[in-house]
Ligand binder design. Structure first.
Ligand code: BTN
Length: 224
C-alpha cells in the first residue's frame, strides 16, 4: 500500500473522492482547511491532529459494508489502547474517551453490483492538538491524557489496525449507546427528538431499540 502525507489539504476525503489510485492508498494531511464531518457538518482539523483517508478497492460485499465502520472504530480503539488509553464507541461512528469525543469517522462507499467498489474511510483524531475552550466539555485530545505522542507512529499503528479483523461483538461491547443498565438515549430524526432505549446493534449496523424498531445510521443522531 501507499502512504502520502501533505502539510495541508482542504479535505483528505475530498482528495480521495476526486482521484483513482492503483492500489490501497492512505492520504494524510497535517491539517485540513475544509474538513468534512457527517451530515454535511464541518470537522475542525488544526495542526497536531491526525487526518487520514484510506482508499480501498473491493474491500467487501455491499451487504457487509458496516464491517468497514466496525473496523475503523475498533482500529482507533486499539491504537488508543497502545498508548494506555481506554476508549468507547458511540454508535455508529464516534470514539470517546472519558465521555468526550476524541475521533470522528466518515466513510464514503461506491458500489458495483453486489460489491463495495471503492471505499474511502476518513478518520480524524485529536492527537496533539489543543481543544478550543468552547468545545472542552464535549471533545478531548490524546495529548491531554498522556502528553504529546509521535503522530507518524500514531498513524502507522492506526493503518495497521485498520487491516485487522474485528467482530460485531467487540464493536457492540464497546458501545455506549446500548442500555446495559437501561440507560435512556435521545433519538433525533429530521429535527424531532424522542427518548428510547437501545438494546442491540444488528450485523447490518442498525441500532435495535427496545420494542424492536431499527434505526439506520446516517438517518439519526443520538444524544444522552
Ligand atoms: C464526524 O465526526 O462527523 C466525522 C469526521 C470525519 C473527519 C475525517 S478527518 C479525515 C477525513 N477528511 C475529512 O474531510 N473528513 C474525514
Amino acid at each position: 500500500m501507499k502512504i502520502t502525507i501533505f502539510d495541508t489539504l482542504p479535505s483528505t476525503n475530498d482528495y480521495c473522492e476526486a482521484r483513482e489510485f492503483d492500489e490501497d492508498t492512505a492520504i494524510i494531511a497535517r491539517e485540513q482547511t475544509g474538513g468534512k464531518g457527517t451530515k454535511g457538518r464541518s470537522f475542525s482539523s488544526p495542526l497536531g491532529g491526525v487526518y487520514l483517508s484510506l482508499v480501498r478497492y473491493y474491500p467487501c460485499k455491499a451487504e457487509n459494508s458496516f464491517s468497514l465502520m466496525i473496523a475503523s472504530c475498533m482500529a482507533v480503539v486499539k491504537t488508543l489502547e497502545f498508548y494506555g488509553v481506554h476508549a468507547d464507541i458511540k454508535w455508529p461512528n464516534d470514539v470517546f474517551v472519558s465521555g468526550k469525543k476524541i475521533c470522528g469517522i466518515l466513510i464514503k462507499n461506491s458500489f458495483e453490483g453486489e460489491n463495495v467498489k471503492k471505499s474511502i474511510t476518513g478518520i480524524g483524531v485529536n492527537v496533539n492538538n489543543d481543544i478550543p475552550q468552547n468545545l472542552a466539555d464535549i471533545a478531548i485530545s490524546l495529548k491531554s491524557v498522556v502528553g504529546e505522542v509521535d503522530v507518524e507512529d500514531f498513524y502507522k499503528r492506526l493503518i495497521g489496525n485498520l487491516y485487522a479483523d474485528y467482530s460485531v461483538d467487540e464493536y457492540r461491547s464497546r458501545n455506549i449507546v446500548l442500555g446495559k443498565d437501561k440507560r435512556e438515549i435521545t433519538v433525533i430524526r429530521n429535527g424531532e427528538s424522542r427518548k428510547a432505549v437501545a438494546e442491540d446493534i444488528a450485523p447490518d449496523g442498525s441500532l435495535v431499540l427496545k420494542g424492536g424498531e431499527r434505526l439506520f445510521y446516517g438517518e439519526v443522531t443520538i444524544r444522552f
